[in-house]
Write a protein that binds this ligand. Structure first.
Ligand code: ASP
Length: 587
């Protein structure tokens, strides 16, 4: 028998019992006649003890030959420790070894298997199995497991069925780029891996399944931006006979249930904000509402005073950093440099200090007298001690820039505590967005999202103004997921395809199956998908999703452990009727 207990289990109540443990050697301490071994498994660490003269000499020799990460099993009597370790649950006891077996040796690991490892990212990815032995990763994967389990419990309780949809599907030109898979049996033809099970879950509604979910892998061949994975997991859901409100309530319920079950936190009911308001007040469709610092538009007060930059701007807008009037020159310069970074792209930053003595001082004093500055301060609701930071320019751009500045200040002022959770729904997204390069509209969510009934009349005259029955779940400035009420009318769906520039023939080719299904009694339906990796990271209080995925890809989309992607043999290419013309550029 390899073990009677795990390495995390034994307490002083077990003293006197003879037990067997198996695990990895964390470390060996050899103090001459006394030897201690820390033995580790998934459940914890237990101390083994051997003593020259009392323990059999072969066992002493074996103990001395052990290195880090050797796999052993040990039998012995549980005894109370002389010096207890209050930091670990098994810290009261140790095992007096009477038998020990080497199960497997280990090479010296290239980094330490400790909570804080000395390994760089690259090394840890290549030896992922060693990295996964560390506690932080173990905790992350445990959390992920628990969240998946609780999700299934909640959705089962709400009468959802978990139904699998295929991974080998059909490439479509909308959305992100597809990963494709050549079909050997159908020369010259390709499957695509799903970017999401969108059309299948809608078909399931037509089929009458009413409530569907799946914790499902999705694939998008995008250029990797920071913290994106080419394959990621969604909690994907669809419901029939629902309005937007039903979907929001069901999934607000799921999120609250998860926070409660897994974190013991009541997140309370979600705020609601429409897209237009979110953009105006936070410059973002995923506002972080853990802190205020809302945008204040001051066109009226700022323009017409001779300051050309403001006069020419479409929008003059700022935020009030409460209690920051005493920011030093250096701090202000750093904020100016921050907004001028190429990724943000502002030309400059204007500040108005509301000094604690009630006087006002700005970086544009030449153009604004004290009275006019006071008027500006009033717009911000500023008090003595506050600092107003103002940007100007094209409305969309300046909002994006100010959004970045607000988040940066939020970080600097410690207003973004990762253990505080402020969720909200952002609703009423635009249906379409104009793409300058393509010279056409694209669906902001996807082509199956329904327009708001009251905006349908704008579809031909002013499509950019049409709002959608689309919504995002946003927590702490992170888009956790999104969905929509779908089009279920064939005519409207065809109209939508044509707005997106599909000819009738293309629409039929790409989505004929859906249009046909809509002719056989499609019920009103809608749904949502939540990013499962991201939700897990967020609940744990982390930004990065990589350490919440057992085997992630690196920033170049590679799995360095298995060394993939990789070339395939000529005979495989021949079988697939493929010719490789691209040359490996090397790295
Ligand atoms: N399929 C959508 C997505 O992956 C979510 C949805 O509309 O349900 O973003």
């Amino acid at each position: 028998m390899f073990r009677t207990h795990t390495c995390g289990e034994l307490r002083s109540s077990h003293c006197g019992n003879t037990v067997t443990l198996s695990g990895w050697v964390q470390r060996v301490r050899d103090k001459g006649t006394l030897i201690w071994i820390d033995l580790r498994d998934r459940y914890g660490i237990t101390q083994l003890f051997l003593e020259e003269g009392k323990t059999e000499p072969v066992l002493i020799d074996l103990a001395r030959s052990l290195g880090r990460e050797f796999v052993i099993s040990a039998t012995g009597m549980v005894t109370e420790r002389e010096s207890k370790n209050p930091n670990i649950p098994t810290g009261e006891i140790e095992l007096r070894v009477t038998a020990m077996k080497l199960l497997n040796a280990s090479k010296l690991p290239p980094f330490t298997i400790e909570d804080k490892s000395d390994g760089g990212d690259e090394l840890r990815m290549k030896y992922r199995y060693l990295d996964l032995r560390r506690n932080p990763l173990k905790h992350n994967l445990e959390l992920r497991h628990r969240l998946a389990l609780e999700t299934r419990k909640y959705l089962d309780d709400q009468k959802f069925y978990e139904i699998e949809t295929p991974y080998l599907i059909k490439s479509t030109p909308e959305g992100a780029r597809d990963f494709v898979v050549p079909s050997r049996m159908n020369p010259g033809e390709f499957y695509a891996l799903p970017q999401s099970p969108q059309t299948f879950k809608q078909i399931l509604m037509v089929a009458g399944y009413d409530r569907y979910f799946q914790i499902v892998r999705c694939f998008r061949d995008e250029d990797l931006r920071a913290d994106r994975q080419p394959e990621f997991t969604q909690i994907d859901c669809e419901m029939a006979f629902v309005e937007q409100e039903d979907v929001l309530n069901t999934f607000e319920g799921l999120a609250r249930f998860l926070f409660k079950q897994v974190k013991g936190i009541e997140v309370g009911s979600f705020g609601r904000m429409d897209y237009a308001t979110a953009m105006k007040r936070y410059g973002s469709d995923k506002p972080d509402i853990r802190f205020g610092m809302e945008f204040v538009e001051i066109n009226e007060q700022a323009k017409g005073k001779g300051f050309g930059v403001f006069d020419e701007a479409e929008l003059v807008v700022g935020i009030n950093a409460q209690g920051c009037s005493e920011f030093t020159r250096k701090q202000l310069d750093a904020l100016t440099d921050f907004v001028k970074k190429p990724q943000i792209g502002a030309k400059g930053l204007v500040y108005v200090r509301y000094n604690t003595d009630g006087s006002l001082k700005s970086s544009v004093d030449k153009f604004y007298n004290e009275h006019q500055l006071k008027e500006i301060a009033e717009c911000f609701g500023a008090q003595p001690g506050d600092l107003m930071l103002i940007l100007s320019g094209n409305t969309d751009l300046v909002r994006k820039q100010l959004c970045e500045l607000r988040l940066e200040l939020g970080n600097q002022l410690g207003m973004r505590d990762p253990q505080v959770f402020k969720p909200l729904w952002v609703t009423d997204f635009p249906l379409l967005e104009w793409n300058e390069d393509a010279g056409r509209y694209f669906a902001m969510h996807h082509p199956f999202t329904s327009p708001k009934i009251e905006d349908v009349h704008l579809l031909d005259s002013d499509p950019g103004k049409v709002r959608a029955n689309a919504y995002d779940m946003v927590i702490n400035g992170v888009e956790v997921g999104g969905g929509s009420i779908r089009i279920h009318d064939r005519g409207l769906q065809k109209r939508m395809f044509s707005l997106l520039g599909f000819s009738d023939e293309e629409a039929q080719n790409q989505f004929g199956f859906l249009l046909t299904a809509f002719e056989y009694g499609a019920p009103p339906h809608g749904g949502i998908a939540l990013g499962f990796d991201r939700l897990t990271a967020l609940i744990a209080g982390y930004d990065s999703i990589r350490d919440f995925i057992a085997f992630p890809k690196n920033n170049s989309g590679r799995d360095t452990m298995i060394d993939s992607p990789s070339e395939i043999a000529q005979h495989q290419l021949d079988e697939l009727f493929l010719k490789v013309t691209a040359q490996k550029t090397g790295q």
